[in-house]
Ligand binder design. Sequence first.
Ligand SMILES: NC(=O)c1ccc[n+]([C@@H]2O[C@H](COP(=O)([O-])OP(=O)(O)OC[C@H]3O[C@@H](n4cnc5c(N)ncnc54)[C@H](O)[C@@H]3O)[C@@H](O)[C@H]2O)c1
Length: 313
Amino acid sequence: MQTKTTAVIGSGRIGRAWAIVFARSGFDVKIHDASDDMLKGAIPAIRESVEDLASFNLIDEPVDAIVARITPCTTLAATVADVDLVQENIAEIVDAKRVLFAELDRLTKPDALLASSTSGLPASTFTEGLQGRARCLVAHPVNPPSLVPLVELCGAPWTSAHTLQRARTFYEAAGQKPVTVDREISGFLLNRLQGAVLDEALSLYEQGYASAADLDTVMRDGLAMRWSFMGPFETIDLNAPGGVVDYASRYGGTYRSIAATRMPFDWPAATLDKLDAERRAVLPRERIEERSRWRDRRLMALLAHRRALKDEE
Ligand SMILES: NC(=O)c1ccc[n+]([C@@H]2O[C@H](COP(=O)([O-])OP(=O)(O)OC[C@H]3O[C@@H](n4cnc5c(N)ncnc54)[C@H](O)[C@@H]3O)[C@@H](O)[C@H]2O)c1
């Protein structure tokens, strides 16, 4: 089979992690950044992350073999010529994405897939006037995609079904878990679900029902135990002997009355300052980076655990 080739544009947090995803799947990767310093720092940082993966037995080849597939490129044209897929990861600024996608449409092979990692900008906001707009889509990862497999594929109204199907096959071949958003919607799926949980957690906090630490515990030691391996629908299906309809007949009324008392959170500064003070007391600002590395190691341990279970099943 011919080696797949990818271009990663923007070598910040997300771009570097995508480079690892593609390279560890055997794809050739060209990586580009408008900042020379970011581009220079990319390979050493990627190597360090791949070494971390190796320490958790999460890669099947030597670190050097994976890193060697990634080539930094100083010009956009050299980065994207001849690739099968471009993964864009520049700043979350719609005008910058619009300019870049126009360039990508001009500089790539006509059948290359053009995907954006944007967290919140629908593809229709930056691809409308392009000749090749049918091959553009959002492929929204979770930070970092090298440790969290979900990728949300969401086209604009003019993205072709063939593009979405090809993208799904491509990300599956890269070892990710693609889902398709059937109609364009801001926030896609993950951030809408995360937003709903955050909204309620912040609202309960604002109204003084619990401390931030206890609300985090509710998620970590309660809901997230199941949610780390099954979704909310499978969860309720198993929580009543007759499945989802039985669950709704038992608890639907409770959820309806909770919904009637829900107070949406309007992100007021005073509540966020209070939350920040509580968080800074347990994690000073200068230790956020170190704790993020700890989070990534926990994710690696979780991935290793999932892999071991898969081998057993
Ligand atoms: N950080 C997250 O949690 C997260 C999660 C999912 C998706 N995303 C999305 O991924 C994208 C990148 O986010 P990030 O956190 O990696 O940002 P980042 O700031 O770490 O990296 C952005 C990089 O893009 C470079 N850049 C900016 N304009 C450029 C251009 N025109 N050409 C080439 N390079 C350019 C910058 O120099 C920088 O290195 C955003 O659209 C964001 O919404 C972020």
